[in-house]
Design a protein around this ligand. Sequence first.
Ligand code: HSE
Length: 442
Amino acid sequence: MQPINIGICGLGTVGYGSYGVLKSNQEEISRRLGKLLCVSHIATLSLKDGQDIGDVKITDDAMVVARDPEVNILLELIGGTEFAYQLVLEAIAHGKHVVTANKALIATYGNEIFKAARDNNVIVAYEAAVAGGIPIIKVVREGLAANKIDWLAGIINGTGNYILTEMQSRSRPFVDVLKEAQDLGYAEADPTYDVEGIDAAHKLTILSALAFGTPLQLEKVYTEGISQITPEDLEYADELGYRIKHLGISSLSEQGIDLRVHPTLIAKQELIAKVDGVMNAVLVHGDAVGSTLYYGAGAGAEPTASAVVADVIDIVRRMGCIDNSKEGQEQIPALAFQHEALRDTRILPIEEIVCAYYLRISVQDKVGVIADITEILGDNGISIDAMIQKDPDKSGKDHEAIPVIIMTHEIQEAVMNKAITELEGLDAVTAGIIRIRVAELG
Ligand code: HSE
């Protein structure tokens, strides 16, 4: 049996994990494919302690793998964007199919990469780029292809979810938990990508384009991370019946597409509120199917390798019947919709979104403060759903401050911005107001 040759570029957590799964499950994969997969070439700057690649050819120059005539499928598992982009284009130009786990690459350069792939009759697959081991790309692109998708929402950063879960359940300090997530291989090379929401923005860019048939538009995602969330916010939210999760949300309305990642209050009884640790979950609502939920490990060597190797298997199954030149159409379009049918649907600016809010307001404990606050909210047409007043600031930074927590009903973000500016102008308000959006995922 003539093997299909795989070239692996990058032998980090995901690269070595993929090598391991290809090797350990080789026989089972051959039973599925009727063909043998063989890792024939690996690019890595150096082998780490304990890494064993047998007699596989090795180079420190990934471009050599991209140009190797024996390689049929190149796995781009290096990460980063600029070099990875050049490498993928080089592989495509040499007629190779590509599998990547690189969400930053696809979110940033996917439109150009998919065009190059169409022009060269090759496939660029990227299942591992979103939600680790959950096959969510296949779900949105293929499994739900009969639907008009209305909205999707997901916990799509494992590191962030791990940190919030540990902060909530064990009152552990943020930095310790982040360090642990790095040691476990969950975090990005630059962990600010995880904690500032950038990694989730990359993934949401991809999911939203697949769901609504638009080009990838990373620059339009409203992005907030979890670095401002305190253990007290998690505790107060709990008291009010909510969990705080870092959520990516995209929904389609007559006004346009809502596209945002930020910490979000979710009612505790929602299934997605119970998704803890490094696990990811994505809710997708289609007009025919209704709500569907997908759950699994969002990061880590083997879960991500599961998605990478599944893409390899998919490509091998489609090899020999890829012809994008036929009426210019792709059999399975990279972004779910035929490229000429993609629409430039308007992305809503964050000021136009409408949702309920959690506000944490630090105030001096004196007569009339609550009346002043409720007057400003009332004047702006903001209705209060619940309010609690806590003991003085537990952080010890401001012994005089009393945290007042307000849950509002739905209101447009622009109105909430105006009200917050007015509230922060009150003499009795001692610090910037913390605002967390609420999602009702119905
Ligand atoms: N740093 C990412 C996460 C890895 O924590 O979700 C998987 O994309």
